[in-house]
Write a protein of this length. Sequence first.
Length: 192
Amino acid sequence: MEMKGKVIGEMAIFIIAILALSVFSGCAEEKETTVQTTTPPPGFITYENSTHGIKIMYPQEWEKLENYMGTTVLFRSPLENSSDTFQENVNIAYETVTSSMTLKDYTDLSIDQIKNTFEGIELIESNSANLAGVPAKRVVFKGKQYGYDLKWLQFYLLKGNKAYVITYTAEENKFDKYMSTVQTMVNTFEIL
């Protein structure tokens, strides 16, 4: 029981840090979603990290930051104009979990920790998905953080004892504007 509590505590810190990081870096119905890999449009380039065994394509004009505040990689959109103060972003984080952890356990614990840590967070949807040939969960949240009305899209994947979290963070009123780009990125995600 003590070991399980320690694992849950470490995982909670990881998930909360990733969600909070998404804000700092820019400063529920159940259904099946299938994510399919597509050929990316011109202007996308490949990021590959052999240490964590991931590969993804991202827009070449987006800034790439590796090992940024606990993530494997973070991609930030360029500011739109001089009054734009938030950079929409996608980050990928990785952690090792116990082999007994299920995707449902991981997702439920992550959602509970986010709701219990941040005030005003609303879970909009939680769907089953298939990403990179692996069963995944797709969740969408919204809430107010650090003066911004934000919306998050997260994918949780478990492969063996490895957990991958892909997080897209945007101002709520710009969430849909970047969704096509983010979907292309997610569709090209691979576990090597």
